[in-house]
Design a protein around this ligand. Structure first.
Ligand SMILES: [Zn+2]
Length: 177
């Protein structure tokens, strides 16, 4: 089952609800042969409307219209509508399945589920000055290391030069004597 979600609701939450409904429906009706190819398109219902759905008879698509604002009963309604649409997917017309049975099924399923909003991962605009400052700190650190290393090398060669100058001074002074 594929879920194409155009609402603000979390796709994983919706998927969990639909999967459980399908599972319960299959317990009662047997395996839905097109379950793998089934696509549930989830849209936002008009605000003055209620949760509704559409499905093709013996088909592979279901459309669910879910409200922007939900209350305690909403998940139960979503479960009922989805179970109802599943019956059409199975080829049943109205009157060929029991709405009472589906409503009871929805009542049992709903308390196990939540519907949360998608987490809005807003990409924060990178602060150019902060990036440049960080880069400056890194490069300053590198420069310090290089400076230290250069000082060590400078000291080393300076000492060597001093040493040989002393040696030469000593030699020349001893030659003269
Ligand atoms: Zn119907």
């Amino acid at each position: 089952m594929k879920v194409v979600n155009k609402t603000k609701w979390n796709t994983m939450d919706l998927r969990k609800i639909f999967c459980r409904c399908l599972k319960e429906d299959e317990k009662a009706e047997g395996k839905l042969y097109q379950r793998k190819r089934l696509t549930v398109h989830v849209h936002t219902a008009r605000q003055d409307s209620h949760c509704s759905g559409r499905a093709s008879y013996n088909g592979i698509w279901i459309q669910m219209n879910i409200l922007k604002n939900i209350n305690k009963r909403s998940i139960e309604n979503i479960c009922y509508v989805f179970l109802h649409e599943l019956q059409h997917t199975r080829g049943y017309h109205h009157g060929q399945f029991s709405e009472v049975v589906l409503r009871d099924m929805a009542k049992v399923i709903a308390p196990d589920y939540v519907l949360t909003e998608k987490i809005n991962i807003k990409k924060e605009k990178p602060d150019i000055q902060q990036i440049r400052y960080n880069r400056a700190i890194t490069n300053f650190g590198k420069a310090e290391t290089r400076l230290k290393r250069a000082k060590t090398i400078y000291k080393k060669w300076a000492q060597k030069v001093k040493y040989y100058e002393k040696v030469f001074a000593f030699k020349s002074s001893s030659n003269h004597s």
